[in-house]
Design a protein around this ligand. Structure first.
Ligand SMILES: [Fe+2]
Length: 284
């Protein structure tokens, strides 16, 4: 079941819901569920000590358990890596007709926009979104993997994707996926400035959890080193607990990078404004 279907089910079940733990991806989606009163506050010194502050809600309503980066993928034949080192580069007139992304209303794009609002200001981020729309190779459609495939086929020169989709292709045995990886390059954006946008997979205790105590135990378990490795590897993501090693050869191959340290809470707080901007500039 995907996140949207899961939230719809929780909503319709209301106070009769048997759910204890809710796992969701992206700060924008966690924020939406929080504002729909779907979580209950968590009191846990274990979680507060293990999970860095920037990966959790200020009201202790949700915690991040793994992290993903939003990266730039480019076609090695048609685009030079120097052209696409930053998110701002995607708005450059030099990339007219080259840019592909998924829908501007998707949480991954809303959260990225939230971070750009915090770095470039509302005006700068709005201008960015407008210019990216003007650079699009095609109207947004599909998920991040579809954008990567579009880059490999040459329909797109450059695209945005969450890091784990690229790693999934790297780990695939299918010749067509290997071909996609061969034809594309990955950039960690904004290494000379504010760093690459990082988001979370998060967990919370359902507002109507019948077993809130067990739910808390499970979330605390997710913060242990063993669970961190297992949970992160399950989706080729990064652990969030300090000192937990990556045990993922393909992900390690991509090297380390400077992370944007904008707190997930700030990304969450900006989401409503971000959607308004996307609507205003016609980022469908
Ligand atoms: Fe995803």
């Amino acid at each position: 079941m995907n996140d949207e279907a899961l939230l719809e089910r929780l909503r319709s079940e209301g106070s009769r819901s048997p759910a204890d733990v809710v796992l969701l991806v992206d700060a924008a989606r966690l924020a939406k569920a929080e504002s729909d009163n779907m979580f209950q506050p968590i009191q846990s010194n274990v979680l507060n000590q293990a999970i860095p502050e920037r990966f959790r809600s200020k009201n202790n309503l949700w915690y991040g358990f793994s992290a993903r980066a939003r990266v730039i993928v480019y076609n090695k034949e048609n685009i030079k890596p120097e052209q696409v080192q930053t998110y701002q580069d995607l708005a450059s007139p030099a990339l007219k007709g080259q840019v592909c992304t998924r829908s501007g209303s998707h949480p991954y794009m809303l959260s990225l926009m939230s971070s750009l609002i915090s770095h470039l200001g509302e005006y700068g981020a709005t201008q960015w979104a407008k210019d990216v729309v003007a650079n699009m190779a095609r109207a947004p459609k599909g998920g991040d993997t579809d954008q990567i495939r579009g880059v490999a086929s040459g329909e797109c020169g450059v695209a945005l994707s969450n890091s784990y989709y690229y790693v999934r292709l790297m780990r695939s045995n299918k010749p067509e996926d290997q071909e996609v990886v061969r034809k594309t390059g990955l950039i960690w954006p904004n290494q000379q400035s504010f760093g690459t946008h990082v988001n979370i997979s998060g967990g919370a205790i359902a507002a109507n959890a019948p077993h809130a105590d067990k739910a808390l135990q499970f979330l605390e378990y997710l913060a242990t080193p063993e669970a961190q490795t297992y949970f992160a590897n399950g989706n080729n993501e990064f652990p969030v607990v300090a000192g937990v090693k990556l045990e993922n050869a393909e992900l390690e191959k991509l090297g380390s990078f400077k992370q944007d340290v904008t707190p997930a809470q700030v990304l969450a707080d900006n989401t409503r404004l971000t959607q308004q901007i996307m609507d205003k500039v016609g980022y469908k």
